[in-house]
Ligand binder design. Structure first.
Ligand SMILES: [Zn+2]
Length: 283
């Protein structure tokens, strides 16, 4: 039995907390993870409280990631136990199915990635090679590694939830990610023509593609639908590049059994060798 300890930040209605807890409890109940005894659920009234807390935690714990959290919910295990933070103003904007899928997605992380080791990755050899060849700053390489790691972890979460019968909400969740956000579009407008920035944009979209990959692999209508949406969601990239991005994303999400850390190493090799090296080599 997983015990959930709730902490509230700001003005959050009790029924909102209850709805999140019901969803979390039902998901733990179905998956019955042996290792997850205790989970922290931090519920924030709004994005600004959420961001202040996150940046404070990152500073206090020396957590490296340069990316601002724009998510309605986020999982971490920086203090050694799984913690899920929910941002109510963002969660309330989602339709019910996507919101349910979001909560379950974070529960999935707590089951699979609920300890500190899933937040610490050594630079894979392929990434070191690219770093050396293109004289990249170590901080830049760490950003790429961070984006690859979260993509691989999202692949694992969808795979877990989908195989436990959470299909409609996981399809809805993946669809919401495949649709490019205004930030994705703006980031690409600013990045195009600049190889370093282009690679960051593409690595950032791997999370969305890999999250959908287990569903796309499944031989059913949802898989076909998401496959089309994955392709159309990259409409803003040059067609040849979009095709290549999809191709490497599917290669990088090979369902072979391997540890999370090994999967990150394999995905890094595919992405670096097949795509990033070429983009970074452009002058
Ligand atoms: Zn995730």
């Amino acid at each position: 039995m997983t015990r959930i300890v709730v902490s509230k930040f700001g003005d959050v209605r009790e029924e909102q907390i209850k709805s999140i807890l019901d969803n979390m409890n039902e998901t733990y109940e179905r998956m019955r993870p042996r290792e997850v005894e205790l989970v922290d659920a931090f519920v924030f009234e709004n994005s600004s409280l959420f961001r202040d807390f996150l940046s404070g935690e990152k500073m206090r714990l020396g957590v490296f990631d340069n990316f601002d959290s724009d998510f309605p919910a986020i999982h971490d295990a920086w203090r050694g136990i799984p913690r899920i933070s929910f941002c109510m103003d963002k969660l309330n904007h989602l339709n019910d199915l996507v919101a349910t899928g979001t909560v379950r997605h974070e529960v999935g992380h707590s089951v699979l990635h609920g300890s500190l080791e899933y937040y610490i990755f050594q630079t894979p050899p392929a990434l070191s090679r690219v770093e050396e060849k293109h004289r990249l700053a170590p901080e830049y390489t760490r950003n790429i590694l961070y984006l690859i790691a979260i993509a691989v972890k999202d692949y694992e979460v969808t795979d877990l939830l989908y195989s436990h019968g959470y299909q409609d909400d996981q399809v809805a969740y993946a669809q919401s990610l495949l649709e490019p956000s205004s930030n994705d579009l703006l980031a690409w407008q600013m990045a195009k023509g600049h190889p370093l920035a282009e690679v960051i944009c593409i690595a950032g979209r791997m999370k969305d593609l890999l999250c959908a990959a287990p569903i796309i692999r499944s031989p059913n209508v949802s898989g076909e639908k998401l496959d089309k949406q994955a392709k159309s969601g990259l409409f803003y990239l040059p067609p040849e590049l979009a095709k290549k991005v999809i191709e490497v994303a599917w290669q990088a999400s090979d369902p072979a059994k391997a540890s999370t850390h090994l999967k990150v190493e394999i995905a890094s090799k595919i992405l670096c060798d097949e795509l990033f090296d070429q983009i970074l080599g452009r002058t």
